[in-house]
Structures are given as structure tokens and as C-alpha cells.
Design a protein around this ligand. Structure first.
Ligand code: NG1
Ligand code: ZN
Length: 528
């Protein structure tokens, strides 16, 4: 790597007059602002790989559920986790360096700070979602990787979780923790093999999947080719050619935020429907009842379903002293938390952002974590996996439960929340329980809730504590919220600054729909 090469390559991607910040989802904004950021993220990925002894780092170009004109970029650490949070600041500093020389200087400063061995060849893999802006951003990334001598490989359009999967596979190949074959085919085979075994001799009707006109559509079609015919999957909203359709009137965020059907879906009573987001790392389910009333089965409902099913399998396998915990955020419906606790399972609340949930889930033999918006997965600790795979069943019933349990650990993408893997997981559980969506829904009744956003002058003046459930600043505001909450039954409300948009979010829940809406409006009015 020469100074001239880096500076010349950086010169092709001038920084706009803008301050950037590596947030909970990496960098995310209007795509035209991103070329310099993506170039510099490429440099950071190279450093991170060398810092990790040449392990493979992933770079995903996506803006998930954001509108078509946005894009974003985030790094994936060697085991498929999100970038370690103390490195986010280096990404922020690189993105904000004011000149090409400053970019180079900061890069070499980091090399020195971490005493990075320059003989190590860095390795980076990358992928993108289906946005119109993605190819140009991929080019910016490649230019950075080439400028600093990275051995790189592109996977084209992939779901975010697929790239996480491949990163982990590459870094664990040939070890006792080998995660799978590091290809898309390997991904489909791993999920489908587990699914087909779990669904052998079962059939459970059909599910319609709205793919938000994003990358999940073609990838689900591909996955479908490997699945047995135990369920029929109907794919809708899978037009990735018309860029403007991405996340438009479709997708998990549309359904969850608006608590309504996508207009393109005419739902049959008691049939199963699911929506993915633009990069297929989120999923929500829903159905309409006999009276055509819409019911959402969100991330909380998926978490409770998964935790109770896995708990039963552990029990029926004869495995003892096994801890299962459910990790949620402040957005989890109060009824879901109460339900989980009633089942005797511990719950933990962390700040928003999957990196926090993921971290907390590691404390259990099996940690189930989901954001209410449908982003989540299940983690089995390495020692728990060893125990499961070494366990000797003492009866045919234990043997069956254990076989299911082993397949469940293979079906779940343990690197990150994965809409395709979660879809198959839910389908398996419903088939095993012989549940229609209303039976699943009947586990507990969601408290009516409302999510609002407020434009404020400076969201950074809003500071929170207690896993974002309480404000410490501006002074006095929390007391005003508490006073309002006190006027309603079963009510809860909190305010926090978004980590991905320049807004403050307001959440309220209460015993009735009108009270939840009113409380949200009143709390929002306090922010004026
Ligand atoms: P922010 O903008 O910080 O609320 C949103 C979601 C998070 C998470 C991130 C990353 C809500 C209320 N917030 O974060 O859950 O998914 O985006 O995509 O849904
Ligand atoms: Zn997403």
C-alpha cells in the first residue's frame, strides 16, 4: 500500500459537507451522500481484518427498510456479529476526515495505535441489497479494498443475514466450530436440510410472504427450491426491477408501524401471512380473523413462540440445568414480558439495536432475542451445543425431541436475525403444535400501543437510562411523562432519540386503543 495510491483512490470520492456517524445500523442516509463514506468503510474493513489476524470481515451495503433513495453500509465481524462497538468511533472519524491526506493520516494512525502487522493480507467480502445506488457504492468499496491490497470477494445481491452467515463460515472453516459451507448454496442447504427433517411427514397448508420488493424475494425463491412440499410458500411483492417499489406499501416495517395489511394482500380469514424488510433480516406475521379484523404477530410473539418450543424440546429430551432467557427492548409489548415471566423464563431489557440484545443473549445456554419489529434470532452457547449433541436419550420420546432440537439449532441463523430462517422456524413450530395463527395469537393479548416520531431541533439533548425506558435529560421531562402515564390503566410510555433517523421516538401503550393513542399524542406534545 502506498500513500499515493490511497490518496489518489480517495480523491475519486470527495467528502460532502456533512457530518457522519456510525450508528446502530452503520451509516445510513441518502445514497448520494455515501460514496466517500463507503470508500472509507472499505479502509476500515481492511484494518479490522488485519487487526483480527487476517480473518474475513464483511461489508454489507443496504439501508434495510428505508426508502429507495437511501442506502447504507455496515461492517460484519469475524463470527458474523455486528462490528465491535468501540470500533464504530474509528469509522465515524474516518468518514469525517476532511481531506484525502487526512484519511490516509488517520488510517496510518490507527495502524500504529493497534500495532498492526503489515505483512498480514486483509480479507473482506461484500454484498448489497437491490437498490439502484448499490452498484456505484460497491465500486467505491472495491476501489478502497484494491488501494490497500485486500483479498476480496463480492457476493452480489444478498440478504444481510446471508452475508453474516458466509463471514462466519469462512472464519470457522476446518475448525470444530465450522458453521457451514461458505456459499449461498451452503446457506440454502443448511437451512433446508434442517427444515426438511423437522417437517418430514408433516404438512401445514400455506403461507404468503410479502418480500417488500427487496432482495428477500429472489432469495426466498431460491431457498424454496431446496424445501420439501410440507408447506406451500406464495411469494408476493418480489419486484426488484422497479427500484421505486422497494419497501413501498409493503414490508415488515409498513405492517408493524401501521398495524395493517399491505394493500396488495387480500387476506383470507385465518390464513398465514408474513412480511420481510428490504434486506430480509426482519419478519412479522399477521392474519385476519373470521370478522376480517387484522392481527399482528410481531417479534415479541415470535420470541415467545420460539422460547416455549425450545423449552419443551429441552425438557422432553431429558436435558436438565439448561438456562433459557428472552431478551427484549423497551418496545416489547408489556403483555409479552408478563407472559414470558409467567412461563418461568427470565427476561432482560436492553437498549434498542441488535448488538445490545445479541450481547445479553450470550448470558444463557439458549438466548432468544427479538425486537418487537421482527428482528431477532436464537443463540445457543458453544457449551450448550456440545451438551445437546453429546446428550444420550433414554427413551424413544427423548430421542425424537433431541433430534428435533438438533435440527432447530441448524435451522436458526445464529449469527444475526434472519427473516428467511425465522420464517422456516415459525412454520416448523406451528406445524409441530398444529396451531393456526389465532391459536398462536391467543397466548397473550397485546396491549394496544402506538409508536410516533417527533422532529426536534437536536435529538442529542435527549438522554436516557434504564435501557432507554427513562429520560435523564432534558431535566423535568420524565416527571411530566410519568404524570401523564399515571392517568391511564396499564400504561407505559417512553421517549428516546432514534439511532438511525434524526427524530425522537415516542412509544405508548395502555389498556385501550384510544388511551394508547391519546397518551402517545400527549407525550409527543411535551416535546414541542
Ligand atoms: P431507531 O431508529 O434507533 O429507533 C430502528 C428500530 C430498531 C432497530 C434499528 C436498526 C424501532 C422502534 N427502532 O432504530 O429496532 O431495528 O432501527 O435497523 O423499530
Ligand atoms: Zn433490515
Amino acid at each position: 500500500m502506498s500513500q499515493e495510491a490511497v490518496i489518489a483512490a480517495s480523491g475519486a470520492y470527495p467528502k460532502p459537507a456533512q457530518t457522519f456517524q456510525y450508528g446502530t445500523a452503520g451509516f445510513r442516509m441518502k445514497a448520494e451522500l455515501l460514496p466517500s463514506v463507503v470508500f472509507r468503510v472499505g479502509l476500515l474493513a481492511a484494518l479490522r481484518s488485519r487487526y483480527k489476524g487476517g480473518q474475513v470481515i464483511g461489508v454489507m451495503i443496504t439501508a434495510s427498510h428505508n426508502p429507495p433513495a437511501d442506502n447504507g453500509v455496515k461492517l460484519i465481524d469475524p463470527l458474523g456479529e455486528m462490528l465491535e462497538s468501540n470500533w464504530e468511533a474509528y469509522g465515524t472519524a474516518l468518514a469525517n476526515a476532511e481531506s484525502d491526506q487526512a484519511v490516509y493520516d488517520y488510517y496510518t494512525q490507527l495502524e500504529q495505535k493497534f500495532n498492526i502487522n503489515k505483512d498480514i493480507v486483509p480479507q473482506v467480502i461484500y454484498g448489497s441489497d437491490t437498490r439502484e445506488s448499490s452498484p456505484a457504492l460497491v465500486q467505491a468499496l472495491k476501489d478502497a479494498l484494491d488501494a490497500v491490497g485486500v483479498k476480496s470477494q463480492g457476493f452480489g445481491a444478498v440478504t444481510t443475514p446471508q452475508l453474516h452467515y458466509i463471514v462466519r463460515c469462512l472464519n470457522t472453516q476446518g475448525t470444530e466450530d465450522a458453521y457451514g459451507e461458505p456459499t449461498l448454496e451452503g446457506y440454502y442447504k443448511k437451512l433446508s436440510t434442517a427444515f426438511n427433517q423437522l417437517m418430514a411427514n408433516k404438512s401445514n397448508g400455506s403461507v404468503t410472504v410479502d418480500c417488500a420488493n427487496g432482495v428477500g424475494g429472489p432469495k426466498l425463491r431460491e431457498l424454496q427450491k431446496y424445501l420439501n412440499d410440507s408447506i406451500e410458500i406464495t411469494i408476493t411483492n418480489d419486484d426488484t426491477e422497479t427500484f421505486s417499489k422497494l419497501n413501498s406499501e409493503s414490508g415488515a416495517d409498513y405492517v408493524k408501524t401501521g398495524q395493517r395489511l399491505p394493500p396488495s394482500v387480500s387476506a383470507k380469514p385465518l390464513a398465514r401471512y408474513a412480511s420481510l424488510d428490504g434486506d430480509a433480516d426482519r419478519i412479522v406475521y399477521y392474519y385476519v380473523d373470521k370478522n376480517s379484523v387484522f392481527h399482528l404477530l410481531d417479534g415479541d410473539k415470535i420470541a415467545t413462540l420460539a422460547a416455549s418450543f425450545i423449552g419443551d424440546l429441552i425438557h422432553h429430551s431429558g436435558i436438565t440445568d439448561f438456562s433459557i432467557g428472552v431478551v427484549q427492548t423497551a418496545y416489547a409489548n408489556g403483555s409479552s414480558t408478563a407472559y414470558i415471566e409467567k412461563q418461568g423464563l427470565p427476561t432482560v431489557c436492553t437498549p434498542t439495536g441488535v448488538k445490545h440484545l445479541h450481547h445479553a443473549a450470550l448470558a444463557y445456554d439458549c438466548g432468544v432475542y427479538f425486537e418487537a419489529n421482527g428482528h431477532g434470532t436464537v443463540l445457543f452457547s458453544p457449551s450448550a451445543l456440545k451438551r445437546i449433541f453429546a446428550h444420550e436419550p433414554k427413551s424413544p420420546a427423548q430421542d425424537t425431541a433431541l433430534t428435533h432440537l438438533k435440527n432447530i439449532t441448524e435451522l436458526i441463523n445464529q449469527t444475526v436475525g434472519d427473516a428467511l430462517s425465522d420464517l422456516l422456524l415459525v412454520e416448523v413450530i406451528l406445524a409441530h403444535k398444529d396451531w393456526t395463527p389465532d391459536l398462536w395469537d391467543a397466548c397473550y393479548a397485546d396491549l394496544p400501543n402506538k409508536l410516533e416520531k417527533a422532529e426536534v431541533e437536536d435529538r442529542n439533548v435527549y438522554k436516557t437510562t434504564d435501557a432507554e425506558r427513562k429520560l435523564t435529560h432534558p431535566a423535568g421531562l420524565q416527571e411530566q411523562i410519568d404524570a401523564l402515564v399515571g392517568k391511564y390503566e396499564q400504561a407505559r410510555s417512553f421517549v428516546r432519540p432514534s439511532g438511525t433517523e434524526n427524530v425522537v421516538r415516542v412509544y405508548a401503550e395502555a389498556a385501550t386503543r384510544s388511551e394508547a393513542d391519546e397518551l402517545a399524542q400527549k407525550v409527543k406534545a411535551l416535546l414541542k
